[in-house]
Design a binder for this molecule. Structure first.
Ligand SMILES: Cc1cc2nc3c(=O)[nH]c(=O)nc-3n(C[C@H](O)[C@H](O)[C@H](O)COP(=O)(O)OP(=O)(O)OC[C@H]3O[C@@H](n4cnc5c(N)ncnc54)[C@H](O)[C@@H]3O)c2cc1C
Length: 512
């Protein structure tokens, strides 16, 4: 594992705060640390030797069966995703063009014991698609065909490399709608969306990717092709294996095709941007909307540091009062006839919660301008601070004000800039820790403590470490904060069934 100077600190390198018992255990073991290290080095050397042999054999056999043009060597792109982990250059990248080639490759990796990391578009933020154990990166971007859009059954069949936006466009051209809309929708793959159970602003009304997965064609860790789920809208035959695979981050199987549900395209939509003098007022408006007869398609939030950054970067598409310290974007879609009444109700809820100002947008270009500002937030923060670590914790809705307050206090406590924005309607916030690695010798330690504090508070509020980005490598050390040892052991047992030789994304998700 390497870390370039100046890179954001990979969270996998950070250890969660040691419990007293763990510190005591570490002290007890200190006496034989050298002997343990020697044995580990010997094992690692033998393992590396075996891994190199296995990879060479795999390369030769793949050349003979799949064709040399499907292999890529030395491509630096594959050493990173959009997060802070890596670089982890893979031993080999394989880019299949046909689904059947995936099963062949996985079977060979299984036979030879070579680790394999599936990769969609590499927009993940937790190192999920990286070959941190070496071996093969399986690049699924070439499997990018929309196989079918069945207008009468309201479903689509797609290969995993299809980009989310491409399916949205294809569905809308036929009067249909695919709601899951991660902010990365123009570049992320549907296979990656399924593997991470991606959400987006519209999850507030429609739900996340998993709510639209009917069935999957997959290849298990032994190379066996299986079809799980169904093509019908309902189906409860046997265990819900499609549900298990959704969000399993490429640790149980490789997806080679997805059957996804579509819905009729709403005939209209309206967008509102409200500004508030305080984040807690904005949270109160979220609560009023969610419990007061409005069904928002999206309910997105940004805190005071985000407002400052947006204003500094050229404004908000509409004027906002000077004392604005929080923003809410609210979208309502559906039958055009009923939209005005719903939007007026949402605006009234914002006013009752103390909104300073409200801008309404009806025509598509004005709405797009408001959403462009929201979508630009991540890049705006990244452009202004040298380093940014973005967490995506989620809490029960009633705890949103407490989470917002806690995120604000993190900054003051650890002497860091902390900006929060995101999917307030789902209680899912992107808490961004922004810093300059050159700011002082202890900055990495302060970032570490801030992340650990955020996770601890989130769990205390009844929340979860990740609302949408997943665990991957980055959040793996923190899993014990949320899940008990028996629960983790049960899941690792499931992994042994799907992937007996532990070749698919080995070591991800669960700390070992
Ligand atoms: C600017 C930006 C905005 C983002 N906004 C959001 C957001 O709003 N909501 C959200 O949920 N996420 C968001 N993300 C994170 C990311 O885009 C999502 O997690 C997305 O689903 C990843 O898709 P991908 O194709 O890039 O997958 P990758 O990054 O390539 O892989 C992600 C994981 O999926 C596995 N995987 C990929 N393809 C397959 C397959 N066919 N079979 C099995 N496993 C597979 C990989 O092994 C890895 O564990 C954002 C990222 C960026 C950079």
């Amino acid at each position: 594992m390497s870390h370039e100077p100046g890179d954001p600190l990979p969270r996998s390198l950070l250890t969660p705060p040691a419990a007293d018992s763990r510190a005591a255990a570490e002290a007890r073991h200190a006496a034989n640390a050298w002997a343990v290290a020697d044995a580990r080095h010997a094992r690692a050397a033998a393992h590396a030797h075996h891994a190199a042999d296995a990879l060479n054999t795999l390369r030769e056999r793949l050349r003979a069966t799949l064709g040399a043009e499907l292999l890529v060597v030395d491509d630096a792109r594959y050493a990173r995703d959009d997060g802070a982990e890596g670089p982890f250059p893979p031993g080999l990248v394989v880019r299949p063009r046909e689904r059947a080639e995936v099963a062949e490759l996985v079977a060979l990796c299984h036979e030879l014991g070579v680790p394999l990391s599936p990769r969609g578009a590499g927009t993940g933020t937790v190192g999920g698609c990286l070959a941190d154990h070496g071996g093969v990166v399986l690049d699924l971007a070439g499997l990018d065909r929309i196989l079918d859009i069945d207008e009468r059954s309201l479903l689509a069949e797609v290969e995993p490399g299809v980009i989310n936006a491409a399916l949205q466009e294809a569905a809308e051209a036929r009067g249909l709608f695919y709601p899951p809309d991660p902010a990365s929708w123009k570049v992320c793959s549907l296979g990656g969306n399924v593997a991470t159970n991606a959400g987006g602003p519209r999850a507030c009304k429609y739900g996340v990717t998993g709510n639209f997965v009917l069935g999957l064609d997959v290849v298990t860790g032994t190379g066996e092709p299986l079809r799980v789920g169904h093509r019908s809208i309902k189906g409860v035959t046997g265990y819900n294996l499609a549900g298990l695979l959704v969000g399993s981050e490429g640790t149980l199987a490789v997806t080679t095709a997805c059957t996804l549900r579509l819905v009729p395209k709403p005939s209209g939509a309206l967008t509102l941007l409200a500004s508030f003098a305080d984040e807690i007022d904005a949270c109160a408006a979220v609560h009023r909307c969610q419990t007061g007869g409005v069904v928002p398609t999206a309910l997105e939030f940004a805190d005071r540091l985000c407002v400052r950054a947006l204003l500094g970067a050229g404004g908000l598409a509409v004027p906002v009062p000077d004392d604005a310290k929080a923003l809410l974007w609210i979208e309502i879609d559906g039958d055009e006839g009923g939209l005005d009444a719903s939007m007026l109700r949402a605006a009234q809820h914002c006013r009752d919660a103390g909104a300073l100002d409200i801008s309404l947008a009806g025509d598509p270009s004005a709405r797009a301008q408001l959403w462009d500002v929201r979508r630009a937030l991540s890049h705006t923060l990244r452009a202004r601070w040298p380093k940014k670590i973005s967490e995506d914790v989620a809490v029960p809705l009633a705890q949103l004000p407490a989470l917002t307050r806690a995120a604000r206090e993190l900054g003051a406590r650890h002497g860091l800039d902390v900006a929060s924005f995101g999917h307030a309607g789902d209680g899912n916030l992107h808490v961004n820790i922004l810093y300059d690695p050159a700011a002082g010798p202890d900055v990495a330690e302060r970032v570490h403590r801030a992340v650990a504090d955020l996770f601890r508070v989130t769990i205390e509020l009844g929340g979860t470490l990740s609302g949408e980005h997943g665990i991957g490598i980055s959040k793996r050390p923190y899993m014990p904060l949320e899940q008990s040892a028996p629960l983790r052991a049960l899941q690792l047992g499931l992994k042994r069934v799907w992937d007996p030789k532990n070749i698919l994304n080995p070591g991800k998700l669960f700390p070992t």
